[in-house]
Design a protein. Sequence first.
Length: 288
Amino acid sequence: MNSHDQYVESADGTRLVVRRLGAGDPVVLVHGSGGGLHSWATVAERLANDHEVWMPARRGYGPSDVPAGAKSFKDETGDLIAVLEAARQPSGRTVHLVGASYGATLALHTALADPRAIRSLAVFEPPLFAAGAEIASPLARYRSAFERDDAEAMAAALNDVTRVPAEIVAAFAAAAGDRTPDPVEARRSAIGWLHDLEALAEDSTDIARWSSITVPTLLLAGGDTWEPMPTTMNALATTIREARHVVWPGQSHFVTMTAPTLVADALRQFFAEVSGPASVTRGNGPRC
């Protein structure tokens, strides 16, 4: 499936690179921390036969701009609104918005701030527990490690935020073996992580605020993802009361990489349901 990249300019002049492929109703896929244009590639390929898929590289992640200074969710909400508006053209159609991990938190912020362009919202495991004052210490340690280019110390600070179990961290290290990361890509990812931590440190863990989201919403989670993510997702499902909540047994926080067909099929089914005649009545979908 052929793709092409284009620029979208945010309200503050930040230039975002967006990868597009496919044709049909528009879908915007928002990547998480440490990601980029490639993050949703395998899912996008499976959606592109019947949807026009837009994959922005978020600010702070090349080849999009890396503005000077700290970043906030307000900045990124403006970015995502600009992408949604671009995806609506030329006919003013509405857009299916999908986010994973940090990208899911950003999608929630955007749906709350300005839902006019959004036909549906699907979020996979937003780390809503990782925000506010508790991020201050890991952010300071990460920034210090970043300035001296200490990859091991950066990873340790991030683990305090993500709470990935030690055995999973060890398994990833063993799988990587002696392979050396591309230094340019590693630095690009490190810069993106730094700015994401800045935004998280200025955010709140208040889940009740998401109760004001009114667009049809799908909450996705892996049955094997570690705490506190399951507790967080259950609280979010209670807060957005008419959201559909799907938990995939045997899957974890990395499902977009390990089971892209599962993800694409669930999204395609949800898009069809909210776009069809029955979508005028919300809350009739399955909850599990």
